[in-house]
Design a protein around this ligand. Structure first.
Ligand SMILES: C[S@@+](CC[C@H](N)C(=O)[O-])C[C@H]1O[C@@H](n2cnc3c(N)ncnc32)[C@H](O)[C@@H]1O
Length: 431
């Protein structure tokens, strides 16, 4: 029956078409061919399988077009929050953490930190109200919320007898150390005394702190530490916590700390490979044998493609052109070991870089990178790329928890300064 109807219709088209033969002939011809093909397929029993195939091809094609559009939208307005969320999706953001690898320095004896995620959550709850009372509300060029929390948490956990900081700026980190340990002495080494900043605006000067600053400034590597410690009544250097936020080559600082017998160190700016103004522990330990470590400078590689895409969404994401220098040198920053706010830098071979990592790993007992406090869909941070970072303390999607901890009360800008702060414990035995 259906066949008979369609044949009659063919005849009708033919009749009507004759009236407009001049301009309609092409259409008419196509219609009749299409009809003939349909008829043939129907008779041969192929019509439904072919229709089904066409629908599948159409569905795949539309999906392709949609994702293509999203890439275009986001490239027009980079770092656009909405397009980022649309591109990755909320679940995508969560599972996205660490997708390009999170290098770390292997511990000599496989030791790890004592604290748990529960301790970190409890710490966050206690710290938010403290942070809200900070004297320097806008600490641009200094620590933001994540690292302030990290320094406070680690210090409170370790309870050192003496705290030493190198790089104080206006004194925000001094204030954080003081909140963690109200009665413990601090030594602060910084070229410009924080009191100088007080003349222009908010700054913090601590009453129980010895400042090596201004005309009394001495670099950490040139201090006679046994003399200074004796003066402070401290005999055991393993009871001292050192906080470095002075943008110096961390390999140099590590060797200096080791020489003085210090074992608990915190490095504020633990820059990722290809970024930053000094050679960091994370850079040093970024090696081929580390998961996500070592890099391909091949422009058509999966890594290159992913990095290119991520650069559209995260300000500090590093694409393959930023990562790789001449002769495919990706270690440090394009094969350079930077120092002193990048005022000096030195080209190193991969062999030297590898030897540096072997040295670091021969003395490190514990290496722990502070995770970001919360996922980007909660903090709205747009700077660090989650693909190179471990899972946050408060994961994306957990807005209730984010709110309960008081984190939603803070301005968004305080979450922008995360650079993988790291706590390192040096092993003093077998030295
Ligand atoms: C990023 S700021 C420190 C921020 C501060 N810790 C905070 O959280 O607010 C870096 C500081 O290191 C200081 N600095 C530069 N060279 C230094 C050195 N060799 N030793 C110690 N501090 C240094 C700079 O003067 C500056 O105050």
């Amino acid at each position: 029956m259906l066949n008979a109807v369609s044949m009659r219709r063919t005849a009708q088209f033919g009749d009507e078409g004759d009236e407009h033969q001049e301009d309609g002939s092409k259409t008419r011809k196509q219609l009749s061919i299409a009809t003939r093909v349909t008829n043939y397929l129907t008779r041969a029993g192929y019509l439904w399988p072919i229709l089904f195939l066409a629908i599948v091809i159409f569905a795949i094609y539309s999906l392709f077009i949609r994702s293509g559009n999203l890439v275009c939208v986001s490239s027009i307005s980079s770092f656009d929050r909405l397009s980022r969320t649309r591109f990755f999706g909320l679940d995508g953001l969560e599972s996205d953490f660490g997708s390009l690898g999170v290098p770390w320095c292997r511990s000599k004896h496989g030791k790890t930190i004592e604290w748990t995620s529960k301790d970190l959550l409890q710490g966050l709850e206690a710290f938010v109200p403290i942070y809200e009372t900070r004297p320097i509300k806008n600490n641009m060029y200094g620590m933001g919320f994540d690292h302030s929390f990290g320094l406070w948490f680690i210090t409170r956990w370790l309870k050192p007898e003496l705290m030493i900081e190198s790089g104080a700026f206006k004194g925000h980190s001094t204030w954080i150390l003081r909140q963690a340990m109200p009665n413990t002495p601090i030594i602060s080494l910084t070229p410009r005394h924080p009191a100088k900043y007080l003349l222009k605006g908010p700054a913090y000067v601590d009453q129980n702190c010895t400042y090596f600053a201004g005309k009394d400034f001495v670099d950490f590597g040139n201090v006679n530490w046994s003399k200074v410690m004796k003066k402070h009544g401290v005999n055991d250097s393993s009871q001292v916590l050192i906080f470095f936020d002075d943008h110096q080559n961390e390999l140099k600082r590590l060797k200096q700390a080791l020489k003085a017998g210090f074992s608990h160190l915190v490095f504020e700016d633990n820059y990722d490979t290809g970024t930053g103004d000094h050679y960091s522990l994370r850079q040093i330990c970024d090696q081929f044998y580390i998961q996500g470590g070592g890099h391909s400078c091949f422009k058509d590689s999966d890594e290159a493609r992913q990095r290119r895409k991520r650069k559209q969404f995260w300000e500090k994401a590093v694409d393959i052109n930023d990562l790789c220098g001449p002769h495919e040198a990706w270690w440090g920053v394009k094969g350079y070991m930077r120092d002193d706010f990048n005022h000096t830098n030195k080209q190193i071979s991969h062999t030297q870089h590898f030897q540096n990592s072997r040295f670091v790993e021969s003395i490190v007992d514990v290496y722990w990178e502070l995770p970001p406090v919360a996922g980007p869909s909660l903090t709205q941070q747009t700077r660090y790329d989650p693909a190179r970072v471990s899972n946050p303390i408060v994961e994306d999607g957990r807005f209730g928890l984010f709110q309960r901890l008081g984190l939603s009360r803070l301005e968004e800008t305080v979450f922008n300064g995360y650079t993988q702060m790291v706590y390192v414990k040096i092993s003093l035995d077998e030295m």
